[in-house]
Write a protein that binds this ligand. Structure first.
Ligand SMILES: CC(C)(COP(=O)(O)OP(=O)(O)OC[C@H]1O[C@@H](n2cnc3c(N)ncnc32)[C@H](O)[C@@H]1OP(=O)(O)O)[C@@H](O)C(=O)NCCC(=O)NCCS
Length: 335
């Protein structure tokens, strides 16, 4: 019996209406549009600022968009995995709340927290469920309301992040199409360069932690930057080599949209020309882990191969051979 593969058969996305531009940030911290664009490639991000709205609304928006495009009944979904580090609350899982909001009454659901690498770790997990033969329809959704944990007085980090959600549907692939390979790595040694100091079991929330602003993202940008560039390039090379691929073989590169300079450096090292690199960082938004699937929404065509990758402290690469039904591209996502 041939091996079951997991193909992405639909994608969906959702971003809130409100834009936070570089010019808005100029009024909040000591920064300027030119600096932000040159250092990051970002011009604006989306912010969920409606009272009572949370990460599950972003995730549910993405899943509903996917269901509508695919004309899929939510009761057919077997499983929903939500990659997030800004859950609505510690528990229940945001994936449970999303399931309820979209009517996926037959799905089991859970969250996966792996920060920047969360979506691709979740994608690999979801693909394994399909490959096992036990499940037929798995939705992987990445959603984050990063604005909930951004310190808008810290110019080092507030320029980067935004809010949004993206989702993909995984189904058994036809003719062997689907996730071909992945390379997962984790390295906890960098934990002091990008983290939230309090709110967990190490430093539970208290008046002191709130006053010390320890419930916001703490980032040492240059350290993260160096780590990301080296890690992405190294792991790209390793995965391409073990699959006998060169830059020429890759139709599209869908990188984690952390910083345009990181993307450029990685593409160069992989020998991939710029026209094959999906970039939505400039005008869409900056979110932690679902950039890849949101980027998918921008480009269309029937490319033969996809190459996904993402790396921060964890590293993961996926080479995907495309099936024609893979991309449900919608112009309305061309933000
Ligand atoms: C955050 C980041 C854009 C900063 O860019 P950088 O080129 O490394 O800049 P530095 O932090 O070295 O700062 C350079 C100077 O600009 C200043 N600066 C920092 N943020 C600034 C801002 N928003 N506006 C203007 N100046 C700023 C610094 O204070 C520093 O000034 P100094 O030289 O007088 O000390 C970059 O490090 C980065 O993208 N890192 C990776 C982020 C990432 O991927 N995070 C993971 C999320 S998934």
């Amino acid at each position: 019996m041939s091996k079951i593969t997991a193909a992405i058969t639909a994608v969906g996305g959702y971003v809130p209406e409100t834009k936070l531009t570089n010019f808005d940030l100029e009024k909040m911290v000591d920064t300027n549009d030119e600096w932000i664009r040159t250092r990051t490639g970002i011009s604006e991000r989306r912010i969920l600022n409606e009272p009572g709205k949370a990460t599950s609304d972003l995730g549910a928006g993405a899943v509903l968009n996917l269901l509508e495009k695919k004309k899929l009944d939510p009761t057919e979904i077997d499983c929903i995995i939500c990659a997030t580090v800004t859950p609505d609350m510690f528990f229940p899982a945001t994936a449970n709340i999303i399931s309820d909001k979209v009517g996926a009454i037959n799905a089991f659901s859970f969250d996966l927290a792996a920060a920047c690498s969360g979506f691709l770790f979740a994608l690999t997990t979801g693909a394994s469920f399909i490959e096992s033969g036990r499940y037929k329809k798995v939705i992987v959704v990445g959603a984050d309301k990063m604005s909930a944990i951004v310190d808008y007085t810290d110019r080092n980090s507030c320029i980067l992040f935004g809010d949004g959600g993206g989702a993909v549907l995984l189904e058994p692939g036809e003719e062997g199409y689907g996730v071909k390979d992945s390379l997962l790595k984790s390295d906890g040694v960098g934990r002091n360069f990008l983290y939230m100091k309090a709110g967990g079991s190490l430093n539970p929330s208290s008046v002191e932690t709130v006053l010390a602003k320890q419930h916001f993202i703490h980032q040492e940008g240059p350290a993260v930057f160096k780590y990301a560039v080296k890690g992405m390039a190294d792991v790209s090379a390793e995965l391409m080599e073990r699959n006998g691929l060169t830059g020429e073989d890759i139709a599209w590169l869908t990188p984690h949209q952390a910083n345009l300079r990181i993307i450029d450096a990685t593409a160069n090292r992989m020998g991939i020309s710029k026209d094959k690199v999906m970039i939505n960082i400039g005008k869409v938004f900056r979110v932690s882990r679902h950039q890849s699937e949101c980027a998918l929404l921008i480009f269309h065509g029937t490319a033969a191969k996809y190459f996904f990758f993402k790396v921060q402290f964890q590293q993961l690469f996926i080479v995907q051979r495309n099936s024609k039904q893979m991309l449900y591209i919608v112009p309305e996502f061309l933000y």
